[in-house]
Design a protein around this ligand. Structure first.
Ligand code: GDP
Ligand code: MG
Length: 177
């Protein structure tokens, strides 16, 4: 990845069913057939967006669940991302606990680096099924030293904000170098 071209690889991680693929396809504009979007493979999308007046091209990788025998793919995902979205469902406490586990694994794999991460509590539309409070999500992000946002892929709430947020996080680190 050549950051000089504002090209960033964003990896989605998280338990099955939390909404990773739905978030990725909304961002990529799959439903709207956006012109500035390319589907690079079955689960990799590229889209150029303008954030704060500057353009950025995101390669969004929804490859986390392409499991193989020796976990090569997940291992590879942990290595290649410029930024990570760790997604859980607010209706599924186990997925929230899994998110913490993934954060720890990622930190271990990329020890010396200050990688941009956003903890994403998805399915915020399902208010009656909520198992993880906003406060818990926020507190977890503080502990893990990352950003936090709640989204709903179903009603498309905060999805663009999520991807803009990750662009800003990458830039903050780029500009402080
Ligand atoms: P993945 O396994 O993490 O890729 O999850 P999917 O994107 O396949 O979503 C799993 C299921 O949750 C699908 O039936 C989605 O339609 C549903 N889903 C995803 N996001 C939301 C959301 O924000 N709200 C609601 N109510 N359902 C969602
Ligand atoms: Mg999926």
């Amino acid at each position: 990845i050549d950051s000089g071209n504002n090209l960033y690889r964003v990896v989605l991680m998280g338990e099955t069913g939390v909404g990773k693929s739905t978030l990725a396809s909304i961002f990529a504009g799959v439903q709207d057939n956006l012109e500035n979007c390319d589907i690079l493979g079955e689960d990799t999308y590229e889209r150029t967006v303008t954030v704060d007046g500057e353009s950025a091209t995101l390669i969004v990788m929804d490859t986390w669940e392409n499991k193989d025998e020796d976990n090569w793919i997940q291992d590879h995902c942990m290595q290649i991302g410029d930024a990570y979205l760790i997604v859980y469902s607010i209706t599924d406490r186990a997925s929230f606990e899994k998110a913490s586990e993934l954060r720890i694994q990622l930190r271990r794999r990329r020890q010396a680096e200050d990688i941009p991460i956003i903890l994403v509590g998805n399915k915020s539309d399902l208010v009656r099924c909520r198992e993880v409070s906003v406060a818990e999500g926020r507190a977890c992000a503080v502990v893990f030293d990352c950003k936090f946002i709640e989204t709903s892929a179903a009603v498309q709430h905060n999805v663009q904000e999520l991807f803009e947020g990750i662009v800003r996080q990458v830039r903050l680190r780029r500009d402080s170098k």
